[in-house]
Design a protein around this ligand. Sequence first.
Ligand SMILES: *[C@@H]1O[C@H](CO)[C@@H](O)[C@H](O)[C@H]1NC(C)=O
Ligand SMILES: *[C@@H]1O[C@H](CO)[C@@H](O)[C@H](O)[C@H]1NC(C)=O
Ligand SMILES: *[C@@H]1O[C@H](CO)[C@@H](O)[C@H](O)[C@H]1NC(C)=O
Ligand SMILES: *[C@@H]1O[C@H](CO)[C@@H](O)[C@H](O)[C@H]1NC(C)=O
Length: 501
Amino acid sequence: MEQRKENIVMFPFMAQGHIRPFLALAFHIVERKNCTVTFINTPLNIKKLRPSLPSNSSIRLLEIPFSSTDHGLPPDAENTDAFPHLIVELICASHSFKPSFTALISNLIQEQNGHRPLCIIADMFFSWTAKVAHEFGVFNAIFNAGDGYGMGVFHTLWLNLPHLATDSNEFPLPGFPESCRIRLNQIPEYLKTIKPTDSVVKFQQRLCHDWVESDALLFNTVEEFDHIGLTYFRQQIKRPVWPIGPVQLSMESKAGSWELYKNWLDSKASGSVLYISFGSQSTISMSQMMELAKALEASGKDFIWVIRPPLEFDINSEFNAEEWLPEGFEQRVVGEKNKGLLVHKWAPQVEILSNKSVGVFLSHCGWNSVLDSLSHGVPIMGWPMTSEQHFNAKKLEEEMGVCIEVANGGSCEVRHEDIVAKIELVMNETEKGKDMTRKAGEVMEMLKNAKKDEDGFTGSSLKAIDEFFNAALLQREKTTMSHNNGNLLGTREVLSSNSLV
Ligand SMILES: *[C@@H]1O[C@H](CO)[C@@H](O)[C@H](O)[C@H]1NC(C)=O
Ligand SMILES: *[C@@H]1O[C@H](CO)[C@@H](O)[C@H](O)[C@H]1NC(C)=O
Ligand SMILES: *[C@@H]1O[C@H](CO)[C@@H](O)[C@H](O)[C@H]1NC(C)=O
Ligand SMILES: *[C@@H]1O[C@H](CO)[C@@H](O)[C@H](O)[C@H]1NC(C)=O
C-alpha cells in the first residue's frame, strides 16, 4: 500500500509580502519533506495564485470564504497591495475567519479518513489559529517572513515602548544585549508619536503577545547571522524558534526584457555598477529624488535605477522626468554618457544582482531585497523607509558590517554631496568598501551553506526544518496515544511534557 504523504496547512495574511514568502516556504518544505501543502487564502488571492501552480502540484490551493463588504470594506478589498491603507481593517476582519477556518480543517480531516494534518503554519497576524490547531491536536507554528533581529526590535519596541520613557537620543532595547542600543532616528515616525493608551498600541501589543499561543516560531533567516534576534525570541517566547531560510521566490521574468540589461551590464567593469531600488511599494520624496540624481551624476558611477513617481504623487502615475529629475538628466547621463539605466516599475532584480558588474545595492532594506543582495554577495547602501526596514539596516550595518546607511525615511533632508561621499566610500576601492564586499561574500557563503545537504553535511536551516517536522510528528503521536486511551490531553499539556519545548 502506498504510504500517505503528510499534509501541512499554510495560511498567510492577505498581502503579497506575506503570500510570496509563504509560497516560497511551501515549495521548500514540499521538496525537503516530500509532503503536500494545503495553502489557504481568500477567494481573490487564490484566484490570482492559481495560474502559477501546475495542476499536479503538491501544493493545493483552498479558498476561505470572505466578502470584504460584510466588514464595511470596499468591494474586492482582499489584498493590502491594492488597499495599503486598510491593513489594520483587514487584520481585524480576519478574526472573523475562525469558524470557517475550523470548518476547513475539519473537512480536511474527514477527507483524509480521520488523518490530521501534521501542522498549521500561520501568519504572524493569525496567532488565533493556534487555538483551532490545538482543538484538533495539531501543531501550530507562526512563520515570519523577516529575520529574528528586525522582528525582535519591532516586538520589544511595541511591547515596552522604551523610547517614551527616556529623553536620551540613544537607549537600550529591553531583552536585547546592552550593546544593541537604538537611536531615536532609527525608530519609524509613527512609533515616535504614539501614546501608550492609543488603540493602535493595544492592538499591536496583543498581536505580539499572542505569539506565545503558538508552539513554535519560524523565521526566514539563518542561525549563523541572526543569533541576537533568535536568542531574543527564544528567551521571550520560550518556544522553539527555528531559522529555516532563506526561502525566496524569484519574480516572474518578463520574457525579452533581460536582454537589454544583460548587454548593458556586460559592457561594464566588474563591481562598477550601483543598483538602486526601493522595493515594489516604496518611493522617496521629490527633493530626495533630485538630490539622488545629482549625486549619481556627480559621482560619475554607472547605475541601474528602478524609479517611481515621488511620494508627493500617485505611485502608479506616469513618470515625469522633466519635473522630478534635474534638467536634461536623462538625456545627458543616460543618453550621451551611457552612465545609467532608468527603469520604470519593474526590473529583473535577481538577474541584475547576480551579474558581477553590480558592486552595490542601494536598497530600502526590505527583507526580501536584503536576501536577494546578500545571496549574491552584494553589499548594501541602506535607505530604510518604514517599520522593520530601519532595524534591518541597523543590523546590517552594526552587527554584520555589510551596509552603510545613506538616509532614513521619506521625509529626511538629504544633500547630494553626502550621498556622493557615501557612494565613493563604498565604490572607490577604499578599505571600508573592500571590507563590506568581503563580509557580504562571507554572508553569501552562510546563506548557501545553511541549505546545503551533501557529503554528510546538513546545513543549519535544513536541520531546523527537520527538527520542526519531527516535533510536529511527535506531538501528533502523543495526542493520538492519549486519544486512544480515552483521554484527550490538552495539547498544551502534551507540549509542555515534551522535551523539545
Ligand atoms: C514521496 O512519498 C511517496 C509516498 O509516501 C513515496 O511513494 C515516494 O517514493 C516519496 N518520494 C521520495 C523522493 O522520497
Ligand atoms: C507535473 O507534471 C509535469 C509535466 O507533466 C512533470 O514534469 C512534473 O514532474 C509533475 N510534478 C509532480 C509533482 O508530479
Ligand atoms: C556579468 O558581468 C560580467 C562583467 O562584470 C560579464 O562579463 C558577464 O558576461 C555578465 N554575465 C551575465 C550572465 O550577464
Ligand atoms: C573616487 O573615484 C573617482 C574616479 O572614479 C574620483 O573622481 C574621485 O575623486 C574619487 N573619490 C575619492 C574620495 O577618492
